[in-house]
Design a protein around this ligand. Structure first.
Ligand code: AMP
Length: 185
């Protein structure tokens, strides 16, 4: 977990390499569907462009489907899911149905000034359609209102690993790996 621009995608990919597991990014799945002009993509685009969350009914089904595939059986890291309380409940239900448990929840932290600077840079480099000023502001607001409060519940479940997301990419990965080992064993 972490606000847009905190480095979730980059770190999820690096952790997937380190632990030889699959990284699953709900944002990437939506973007692939938008590019491929699928029905799911057309629906998602109405929301992603504005920085709004895609409705839970759509997102939850997509995640359930993805987690039912064979390549996740030896482990996975979710990037960008869950993002609200209903998705936390659904993820618990999906994992219960599959007979799995969450090992940990990583929260990458960064202040708003740093995030806005990083997102402005990403907008230049990647030209993502939702990296407009309005959509960025909306996503950061939604993160603060709906997603950030979820970490407290994961903290109570002794699953939360908070890591400072500011620094070199390699340095942040090292911090995450060390914190995971220290906190979760
Ligand atoms: P991201 O790449 O994680 O920033 O996601 C890009 C966009 O995809 C978000 O702004 C949402 O519109 C949508 N999205 C990604 N993950 C979710 C989710 N868990 N729930 C709802 N919408 C999502």
């Amino acid at each position: 977990m972490g606000p847009q621009g905190a480095g979730k995608g980059t770190q999820a990919a690096r952790l997937a390499d380190t632990f030889e597991i699959v990284a699953i990014s709900t944002g990437d799945i939506f973007r692939a569907n938008i590019k491929g002009e699928t029905e799911l993509g057309k629906l998602a685009q109405e929301y992603t462009n504005k920085g709004e969350l895609v409705p839970d009914s759509v997102t939850n089904d997509m995640v359930r489907d993805r987690l039912s595939q064979d390549d996740v059986k030896s482990g996975f890291i979710l990037d960008g899911y869950p993002r609200n309380a209903a998705q936390v409940t659904e993820l618990d239900a999906i994992l219960r149905d599959l007979g799995w448990e969450l090992d940990g929840v990583i929260e990458l932290t960064a202040d708003r000034g740093e995030l806005l600077a990083r997102l402005a840079k990403r907008a230049e480099l990647e030209g993502r359609e939702d990296d407009t000023e309005d959509a960025i502001a909306r996503r950061l607001d939604i993160y603060g209102e709906q997603t950030a409060p979820l970490t407290a519940a994961y903290g109570e479940r002794n699953l939360l690993v908070q890591v400072d997301g500011i620094g070199e990419v390699e340095e942040v990965t090292e911090r995450i790996v060390k914190s995971l080992a220290a906190q979760l064993g």
